[in-house]
Design a binder for this molecule. Structure first.
Ligand SMILES: Nc1ncnc2c1ncn2[C@@H]1O[C@H](COP(=O)(O)OP(=O)(O)OP(=O)(O)O)[C@@H](O)[C@H]1O
Length: 603
């Protein structure tokens, strides 16, 4: 079976697969065109009009020389005036129609691109966490930047260049055949090497363009990954190695670019040569016939003008073929991104859960990531509303996985996770997001004011509510001490918050959201002691009166919870109140002893 490579990352595809990819791309293109179909047809009409106006020129010249000039010599100035006026009118009309084409096609293409950009963003945002954990951020950025850009190049002028070029060649050939079929025959013979050369160029340029895009994508991915992980790169002094790898990739990119430029050079030169030889042949054949009186001089001039024009568009089409190639590849990739389905689908018949109590159940739950090995073989658990749970266990035991199932970032393989008796898969997503909030270790802050960052938990919150939430978790004093209080910008240009401060802001955000079930991945990073106490206090307020599941890293959190679950190999191996588990002398008791010993050592 023949194998083609279609994705920039060397995913091998069979012919059937590539047909499917093409269908998907065309489907996307059609769906983008549908809303602007009327405007697109109007643009096509403008292109036809402008090319018809352009092709009239040489025919008018022939008329001028052969009919109007003799008439003028005979004292009749009307034909020459007419010919000149018609030539001017055709030129003017051609110009106006071309300008209108540019405007109309820009309107169509910009509307389509706006639609595409919005769709890519909305869709990527909607995709499940599983997708984002596997699809690198560099690749997503490429989809939204260089791929959409490649399509922009195609739509902004590329399509009209192609249509105008093809029409110009067609109209020119037809006009020449009508004017003088023998000169038309010379032209048609010259088309043969022209087509062979173009085909040769297409095949090579297709390969070259794929290589170029792969090299560009690799470069972007490497750049984004290095800069995203810059802390690790600097901490481990990996700059020379990483720089070396990047330099190598940049060199590959330069090399592929140079190759495609060389290829263009050969194509251009070849076409110019064929064009000039054709003009010479038309001139020679026509000139000999003109000598015999078999061809009028005006027709010969027009034939030469037509022949000279004929190959010009082919050059443009050839150049445009490159952008056409890259746009096709880009379209394939964007279409494949848009075809990704969320692995956590929205329920068909959503069940409303407006006032959740926070009663949680895991019933015979089995889970593994994607098609990977089972991570949680069997979990059965009931957390009554209002209870606080601490999850403890060794790294890789499955604590975060349990938390992610609770927040429905993933769906279970077997069994069910229920909130207030309802399967999470059936609950209206809006209600679920309101009822369940997960606060992660990274405590991500978006660019904007600190107030706006807290309000993320409840967009319609009043300033008083925001302040109340900040007071509750003990971050109000810190915020008012900032230069602009709640309006202080917390992005890179504004105030930089410490990890503990960021965590307090995210607590305030969660407090404001007031979920029935709060899931918290406690930060492992050691905070300074006063900071630690503040965070502990904030945490207590946040957890009070609601169901909470905390992946606990601090002994104080564990001992302060109602119930501890010890996770091992994806199973709950101990379950009870902290004191009862310590007294029972099992794994938690050992953990507790180790914890206390390390605490004593550090103080
Ligand atoms: N996105 C993922 N895709 C595939 N496997 C994963 C993914 N996330 C976690 N795992 C695997 O699932 C198992 C449980 O991981 P999990 O993150 O739940 O452990 P944990 O107890 O939270 O560990 P830690 O305390 O280190 O965060 C591990 O074997 C891990 O390799």
């Amino acid at each position: 079976m023949s194998v083609l490579t279609s994705e920039a990352f060397g995913v091998e595809t069979t012919r059937e697969e590539s047909r499917r990819i093409r269908r998907r791309s065309l489907g996307l293109l059609r769906s983008l065109l549908r809303p602007v179909a009327g405007a697109a047809w109007a643009t096509a009409a403008l292109v036809v009009g402008s090319q018809l106006a352009a092709v009239a020129g040489p025919a008018l010249v022939a008329y001028g020389i052969d009919q109007a000039l003799p008439a003028l010599t005979a004292g009749d100035a009307q034909p020459i005036t007419l010919a000149t006026a018609a030539y001017l009118a055709a030129a003017l009309l051609g110009g106006l129609l071309t300008a209108a084409t540019v405007r109309a096609s820009a309107r169509v293409s910009q509307t389509m691109l706006l639609d595409l950009r919005r769709r890519v963003f909305r869709h990527t945002q909607r995709l499940s966490l599983e997708f984002h954990e596997t699809y690198t951020s560099g690749r997503i950025i490429s989809r939204q930047t260089s791929d959409v850009d490649a399509l922009r190049e195609l739509l902004d002028g590329g399509v009209t260049t192609l249509a105008s070029g093809v029409l110009a060649m067609l109209f020119t050939a037809v006009s020449l055949v009508l004017l003088d079929w023998r000169s038309g025959l010379v032209l048609l013979i010259a088309v043969v090497p022209g087509v062979v050369l173009t085909r040769w160029f297409q095949v090579r340029s297709q390969v070259q363009y794929r290589k170029q895009r792969t090299a560009a994508a690799r470069l972007i991915v490497r750049f984004v990954e290095t800069m995203t992980g810059i802390r690790a790169v600097q901490a481990f002094r990996r700059e020379p190695q990483v720089g070396g790898v990047y330099g190598g990739l940049a060199e590959d990119y330069r090399e592929t670019n140079a190759r495609s430029i060389r290829l263009n050079g050969v194509f251009d030169t070849g076409l110019t040569l064929i064009g000039n030889v054709t003009v010479a042949a038309v001139l020679l054949v026509g000139g000999l016939r003109a000598l015999d009186g078999a061809l009028e001089v005006g027709v010969l001039v027009a034939a030469v003008l037509y022949a000279r024009r004929f190959f010009n568009p082919l050059q443009q089409i050839g150049m445009f073929y490159n952008s056409f190639q890259s746009a096709t590849a880009a379209l394939e990739k964007v279409a494949s991104l848009l075809a990704e389905e969320p692995t956590v689908p929205e329920p068909l018949h959503p069940a409303r859960l407006v006032h959740a109590r926070g009663d949680v159940r895991f019933e015979d739950v089995e889970f593994g990531y994607g098609t990977g090995p089972t991570v949680l073989p069997q979990i059965d658990l009931h957390v009554p509303a209002g209870q606080s749970i601490a999850l403890v266990g060794e790294t890789g035991a499955g604590k975060s996985t349990i938390a992610k199932l609770l927040a429905r970032f993933y769906d279970v393989r077997a069994g069910a996770v229920r909130l207030d008796g309802l399967d999470l898969r059936e609950i209206d997503p809006v209600d679920l997001r309101r009822a369940v909030v997960m606060v992660t270790q990274e405590a991500y802050l978006f660019s904007g004011s600190v107030g706006a960052n807290i309000a993320l938990g409840k967009p319609e919150a009043t300033p008083a509510e925001i302040e109340a939430a900040a007071r509750a978790v003990g971050v109000h004093d810190l915020i008012v001490s900032m230069p602009d209080g709640y309006a202080t910008e917390v992005d890179k240009r504004g105030v930089r918050l410490s990890a503990g401060q960021r965590q307090l802001v995210s607590f305030a955000r969660a407090f404001l959201a007031d979920p029935a079930l709060l899931i918290l991945d406690e930060a492992t990073s050691s905070l300074d002691v006063p900071g630690e106490a503040l965070v502990q206090l904030g945490l207590q307020t946040l957890l009070a009166g609601r169901t909470s599941v905390v992946i606990a890293h601090r002994l104080s959190t564990v001992m302060g919870s109602d119930r501890v679950l010890v996770i091992e190999g994806g199973r709950i191996v101990e379950d009870g109140s902290p004191d009862a588990l310590v007294a029972a002398g099992g794994r938690f008791a050992d953990l507790h002893t180790d914890w206390q010993r390390s605490l004593r050592r550090s103080t």
